[in-house]
Design a binder for this molecule. Structure first.
Ligand code: FE
Ligand code: FE
Ligand code: ZN
Length: 294
């Protein structure tokens, strides 16, 4: 089976998902992830059915499968803190409706930050919130992202994520999105991928792992910083990232790049996807990208 790989792409009001598909294709990707609006606010445009149909037709023509497409919930949704949880529940509900309307089945969500209540309270609030939005009719699977542990983030260990999953009544609709930068920053040693996956399987169950964010990290292990770096240019390194990209147990899982733009301007994804497909680090990555886009 071919590697399922894509990147974060932008979703614009006019072209909507059709624009996402075109952008992904320009990178040589066979899947993609997007926010249905700006990640930091809740302004959302009405989804246009004609644009969705055009997007689906183009995907079919190019052999892209809707089941591998990911939507990322806006990161202002914070279920963990009581001050924000009501707003978060309402907005998450609306977001799930949009995801369903697009026919997409995977929604990545940051579990939340407990802020001024205890971690235990925070986790309880996340569970409460998820139980408000997930019932037996829910079609979307919410993928809780593994977090770096910046500030008061919950969901920084597999045990914590399992705790949340266990509290949800209809938890067949809850899975996990593993972010390589985040688990490295949280303290996992990515040179030991088999060990990490064995742990994941024992604690959560590998079938729950339904999306992987592939990012290098600007910081040392256990830094709890959450600053993404381009593939092969950070503290995780190219070989360790390859070991997860090509892991035999993860062949069916979509892999999504969320690495930084070069000079804040040029998307690196076309070149990073190439690197990953060639299984060879591009020692000239930044120059190649600048030359291509300018
Ligand atoms: Fe995320
Ligand atoms: Fe991520
Ligand atoms: Zn991150």
């Amino acid at each position: 089976m071919e590697l399922i790989i894509g990147s974060h792409v932008s979703y614009k009001k006019e072209e909507q998902m059709l624009g996402c598909v075109k952008e992904a294709l320009s990178y040589g990707a066979n899947t993609f992830m997007f926010y249905t609006g700006a990640p930091q606010n809740t302004v959302r445009a009405e989804i246009k059915c004609e644009k969705t149909k055009e997007a689906l037709a183009l995907m079919q023509e190019k052999g892209m499968e809707l089941k591998n497409v990911i939507i990322h919930a806006p990161y202002i949704i914070n279920l963990a803190n009581p001050k924000t949880s009501e707003f978060a529940v309402n907005f998450l509900r609306q977001e799930m409706e949009r995801v369903e309307k697009l026919g997409i089945t995977k929604l990545v969500l940051h579990p939340g930050s407990h802020v001024d209540v205890s971690r235990e309270e925070g986790i309880k609030n996340i569970i409460k919130g998820l139980n408000k939005v997930i019932d037996k009719t829910t079609k979307v699977t919410i993928l809780l992202e593994t977090m770096a542990g910046k500030g008061t983030e919950c969901g920084t260990t597999f045990v914590e994520l399992k705790q949340i999953i266990d509290g949800v009544n209809y938890n067949d609709k809850v899975g996990v999105c593993l972010d390589t930068c985040h688990i490295h920053d949280a303290g996992y040693d990515l040179s030991q991928m088999d060990e990490i996956l064995a742990q994941f399987d024992k604690i959560i169950g590998l079938s729950k792992l339904q999306c992987i964010h592939i990012n290098d990290s600007k910081n040392e292990r256990s830094s709890h910083k959450d600053r993404h770096e381009n593939i092969g240019y950070g503290c995780i390194g190219f070989e360790n990232l390859l070991s997860i990209l090509y892991h035999e147990k993860l062949v069916h899982v979509p892999k999504i790049l969320e690495t930084p733009y070069v000079d804040k301007e040029y998307p690196p994804y076309k070149f990073e996807i190439e690197e990953v497909k060639n299984k060879k680090r591009n020692d000239n990555l930044y120059e190649d990208i600048r030359n291509f886009y300018k």
